[in-house]
Ligand binder design. Sequence first.
Ligand code: BG6
Length: 489
Amino acid sequence: MNETTVFEPCDLVIFGALGDLSRRKLLISLYRLEKANLLEADTRIIGIDRHEGDNSGFIEIIHESLQEFLSEVIDEQVWARFSARLAYLKIDLTQMDQYPLLNTVVDGQSRVMVNYFAVAPSLFTNICQGLDKCGVLNGKSRMVMEKPIGHDLQSSKAINDAVAEVFNEKQVYRIDHYLGKETVLNLLALRFANAIFTTNWDHNTIDHVQITVAEEVGIEGRWDYFDKTGQLRDMLQNHLLQILTFVAMEPPVNLEAQSIHNEKIKVLAALRPITQENAGLKTVRGLYSAGAIKGKPVPGYLEELGANTESTTESFVALKAAIDNWRWAGVPFYLRTGKRMAYKRTEIVIKFKRLPHNIFKESFDELPSNKLIIHLQPNEGIEIQMLNKIPGIDENIKLQKTKLDLSFSDTFKNSKIFGGYEKLVLEAMRGNPTLFLSREEIEQAWTWVDSIQDAWAHIDSAPEPYPAGTWGPEAADELIARDGRVWEE
Ligand code: BG6
């Protein structure tokens, strides 16, 4: 925990409180924190949006959102406590003269004000200026911003510059909700608290790494956003690269935010740029056509509601990344992510090298190599695939592939596993920046992703179709097969 950590009640001010992100994720997470008694007694949640309304109307909308998006029945006692924290204020965020209204509901000078920007990035500058001008901020105020922070390096810098005019870097909390997921955090423990993985974690023992983030969902009514963004920017630039940094970074000296950021930045800076010359071999873009998910027919990307039928935006990406440093020289990282894939699955597979000599030819012509599989979601857990002797008194020793299986829900029966948002919103309110992204990290990630976007812009190819409900286009299998490997299913 950071030494500057402050545990004080705060005013959590959500800009865009009636929007999708706020209703689907933030307020649901806050309700769950309430249920777990993790909100400070005096903490308040203030919703800001441009629609007419008052406190009671807002409370009613949030109750409806909970009914719609919460996976369990609303607990009326918890709701009574939670709804008492809620307040609403109508502000058109583009109108500077409306921001002083904030002073009627927030006491920014004597309480900690946590400003959550749950709006499109085009409004970030307005909000920063509005907050600054109305005098509601002080040195203890924070701002939390959601991705996408820009759509390339240049636009990301512009946003970060505008934010820096008002907030210093220590006040800025950039969220990637994957960093709040239990299994991503557990990578720190797995790697840096277990001797077997501190020593066997480099090019000497690891053959390659696979990171898969497969989604069942399609565009979910977010056509406007997604079609301008694509899966590379929506998922790979942030979530997959963050997972990659946790797998690949050097041991940080401690768990302070700065120590972790330093190590992650080094990994991102060592990613070898993709070029026009090799993009065709190292990357695959896909676009889903009509198909079925778990037996239910779903439309193709170009047939979604409001679709631009000329679109060439990718809903799937697979690529082969190289990290040019001492530890990972020669170890490919295969990344893939797509919408409308066979089922939701996020996992990391660490495939170890084959042993140099096989003394068990009776069982295997070639000894299968060990695999460490980290299941991020669903069913969080860790699995190690290894070879074991089949018990018996046969003359020859016979081996069988077996697995050591650590399921989080079975092992930690008494611990509740929270979602990424719950963890991160709580940390932002507590003032602990460890799990948030630094400006430099985001800009390094964009530098590499820009190399891919530039290469794609110069090669004349469209995304390859794949039927919804499958594992992506055949070209993704070919990408890894060229190296004599296969995606782990
Ligand atoms: C978001 C993306 O950041 O992550 C969405 O914008 C995506 O497109 C979502 O569906 C996936 O999150 P999770 O936690 O469901 O894997």
